[in-house]
Design a protein around this ligand. Structure first.
Ligand code: PEP
Ligand code: MN
Length: 337
């Protein structure tokens, strides 16, 4: 951290700030030129409240050199994290392909889709039992009945289950059925929920909020990790921009940026980014080409009658063709599907 003093700061005022910072456990190097003075801080600056320092009358500005996230930071963990989930991995050589319907609608629907996506090459099954819907009148999910169906599909296909959790009270219940708890875009900054899943022993799939910066996403991961759960997977799922043709704008650059800043696995959800089924294929291919560790894709056997997100769901045949194409792109990244 570097603190730039105002040009009219006097020696005794500089000393007051220096003492205050030293009191917080930092080593402070003072560099004084003819007109300006900067204080260079060495040591753990995480306890420093930047706002309080910047509020000092003789401080011009505070510049953070190190990122505010520690546990997710690649600086302190140079190797990629490989997360083990029920005999599978996320972040290793094999791409994580999470596929399934937006929502569990019935046993027949889910089991049909689960078998299809498994055959096509998926290694995880997704399906929402508790759905975050914009309208309170829209289908809200099958709740615990949906969780039971997910577990049934797992018994048949062996695919580990990924499902969304929206509230603190449901952590124990959903953990009895699911292998991966998904924190949706709308809850990326639900800090109580982040802390609660940080205390459970499940892998957490953390989706980027629709208006969240990359640093905010990493700070949300930090909330989970700081409670002890290091098994966090980041997911880029498109952000809000001025463009309205697509549901969101897939921020492809976030993938190499996140991989550079963090050791955590990064996957992409092209379905919620695009909002249109025919855009899923090119976006999924692009995501793997820029280094994503996997994909989360909505697949439905009957999109025209889907209770949720039919417009962006791939039919199983299209999903299979996509996975076959992805095998070629994965090779260029030294990955396998
Ligand atoms: C979902 O994956 O079902 C979902 C609601 O996605 P998001 O939170 O990214 O909108
Ligand atoms: Mn959906």
């Amino acid at each position: 951290m570097v603190i730039v003093m105002k040009s009219d700061a006097k020696q005794d005022q500089i000393q007051v700030i220096k003492k205050k910072l030293e009191g917080l456990g930092c080593i402070v190097h003072v560099s004084k030129g003819e007109n300006n003075c900067v204080l260079g801080l060495v040591g753990d600056t995480s306890a420093i409240n930047e706002g309080q320092i910047e509020a000092e009358v003789f401080v011009d500005k505070v510049v953070r050199i190190q990122a505010p996230y520690k546990r997710g930071n690649r600086l302190f963990h140079p190797d990629d994290s490989i997360i083990k989930v029920d005999g599978r991995t996320i972040g290793g050589k094999e791409l994580a392909i999470i596929a399934g319907p937006c929502a569990v609608e019935s046993e027949e629907q889910l089991i049909t889709i689960a078998k299809d996506v498994k055959l096509a090459g998926a290694n995880f099954l997704r399906g929402g039992a508790y759905k975050p819907r914009t309208s309170p009148y829209a289908f809200q999910g099958m709740e615990e009945e949906g969780l039971k169906i997910l577990l049934e599909a797992k018994k048949i296909t062996g695919l580990p289950i990924v499902t969304e959790i929206m509230s603190v009270e449901l952590v124990d219940k959903i953990s009895q059925y699911a292998d991966v708890l998904q924190i949706g875009a709308r809850n990326m900054q639900n800090f109580d929920l982040l802390k609660e899943v940080g205390r459970c022993n499940k892998t957490i799939l953390l989706k980027r909020g629709m208006s969240a910066t990359i640093e905010e996403l990493l700070m949300s991961a930090e909330y989970i990790m700081s409670e002890g759960n290091e098994n966090v997977v980041l997911c880029e799922r498109g952000i809000r921009t001025f463009e309205t043709f697509t549901r969101n704008t897939l921020d492809l650059s976030a993938i190499p940026v996140l991989k550079k800043l963090s050791h955590l696995p990064v996957i992409v959800d092209p379905s919620h980014a695009a909002g249109k089924w025919w855009l899923v294929e090119p976006l999924a291919k692009a995501a793997i080409a820029v280094g994503a560790d996997g994909l989360e894709i909505e697949v439905h056997n009957d999109p025209t009658n889907a209770l949720c997100d039919g417009q962006q769901s791939l039919k199983p045949e299209k999903f299979k063709a996509l996975i076959d194409d992805l095998r070629i792109i994965a090779k260029t990244q030294n990955r396998i599907v």
